[in-house]
Design a protein around this ligand. Structure first.
Ligand code: MLT
Length: 409
């Protein structure tokens, strides 16, 4: 008899975005003539940069030839990609890393979900609220979350509210947290932390021996040069933080799948007996056992992002999405709505009118305007009364969505 992992049974029936997809598909089935504009899940719409396409074609040709064919690659990623990552994403910011501290993967969702494999079940967890649901759901699966309470919070998770009232700046907890998730620029609120604010978290982590799991999947969208792109811009962060990065939003790789995780050599956790253990060694052991590397073709495409042409091409696409964000923000503000984010991130966090609950507002705009958003409460209790819209849509769709929302008034 195979016993199941009972922690899975504590989870809500389906993952947030699967739930939304189901609702939208039902709407589509019952309203087949309606033109739905999808600004819900943060999925990109623009094609890959020509530099990436060219690199992939070349890599495919290499695979067709006996002398250049490649089988299994290194589980941690090819040196050509880890070198390009370090040279372009870290060295210019004064951050020194070695190849063995960078682990190429199939994306930040997998890595932020899988990192729990190397962490003890008895750690307590802290999250900013609202938050990307993978952090919580994966801790529920790993038995760290406790039980779901009536207020929508898990009993063993410390929630740090981020709302308009505190300007979306989480307060440093007054208790010791073992593992803390930070995502900046933030999904879902689209807000950021200044260097000074981020430093407070690094200082807290160093004093309390806290491990920070820093998700920087949206760093490419930062427009304000004073905002940190990496947690390692803060002194001491290599001793307390793992950083996750993704090419999904940076370069339209949501379907290609590639990202990377930085686990510095000096970062340690402890055994229950207090012995310090390198997290880099544990993650390396985990990856080489359970992961067989990102495909060669994909890694060549990722490398091409760092060529001069690639850089210019992905910048243009990011500008395209950020233009959408500006148009949407202006449109929503003109409708009298309170809107946050969208300036250094591709997400707009919109306060629902007259305190309408998130799911009700989601249904309202779906039925009245055929625009799909993501209900804020799906990201955590402090998301109640908000809805998230993404700027990853087609330009004309974003304009049309704003028109429909305006005409709804
Ligand atoms: C989102 O909509 O929050 C993202 O698309 C989720 C993801 O990157 O997995």
């Amino acid at each position: 008899m195979a016993l199941v992992n009972e922690h899975f049974l504590k989870l809500p029936g389906s993952y947030l975005f699967s739930d939304i997809a189901k609702k939208v598909n039902t709407f589509k089935a019952t309203h087949p003539d309606q033109d739905i504009i999808r600004l819900g899940i943060g999925d990109v719409t623009q094609p890959l940069a020509p530099a990436c396409i060219e690199a992939m074609h070349k890599a495919v040709d290499e695979m067709a030839n006996k002398s250049t064919f490649r089988g299994y690659g290194p589980e941690q990623g090819y040196d050509f990609l880890t070198e390009a990552i370090i040279k372009n994403d870290y060295t210019p910011r004064g951050i020194q890393l070695s190849n063995s501290e960078v682990f190429v993967s199939d994306g930040a969702k997998s890595d932020t979900g899988n990192i729990g494999d190397i962490l003890h079940q008895d750690n307590n967890i802290g999250v900013t609220d609202p938050i990307y649901p993978v952090y919580i759901d994966s801790n529920v699966m790993g038995g760290r979350a406790g039980t779901l309470q009536e207020n929508g919070k898990w009993s063993n998770i410390v929630y740090m509210p981020c709302t308009a009232e505190n300007n979306f700046i989480p307060q440093i907890p007054d208790k010791k947290i073992d593992i803390l998730y930070l995502c900046y620029p933030n999904n879902p609120t689209g807000t950021t932390l200044s260097k000074e604010e981020l430093k407070k978290w690094v200082d807290y982590a160093l004093v309390n021996d806290t491990l920070i799991l820093f998700d920087a999947a949206y760093e490419a969208y930062i427009q304000d040069p004073s905002i940190p792109h990496s947690i390692y811009e803060i002194e001491g962060a290599k001793k307390c933080a793992i950083e996750f990065r993704s090419f999904s939003k940076t370069a339209g790789f949501t379907g290609i799948r590639c990202g990377y995780t930085v686990v510095p050599k000096e970062l340690t956790g402890t055994t229950p007996q207090g012995e310090r253990i390198s997290l880099n060694s544990l993650w390396n052991r985990r990856q080489s056992t359970k992961f067989n590397g990102t495909s060669y073709i994909t890694q060549r495409a990722a490398e091409a992002i760092y060529t001069p042409e690639g850089k210019e091409q992905i910048k243009q696409t990011i500008n395209y999405y950020m233009t959408n964000a500006r148009i949407m923000k202006d449109g929503l503000v003109a409708c009298g709505l309170q809107v946050y984010g969208g300036e250094n991130a591709p997400y707009l966090w919109v306060k629902t009118p007259k305190g309408t609950p998130s799911w009700r507002f989601f249904e309202q705009i779906l039925h009245e305007t055929h625009v799909v958003g993501t209900p804020g409460v799906g990201f955590g209790p402090s998301g109640e009364g908000y809805i998230r819209l993404t700027a990853f849509g087609e330009h004309d769709d974003c304009i049309e969505a704003m028109k429909r929302i305006k005409n709804r008034d």
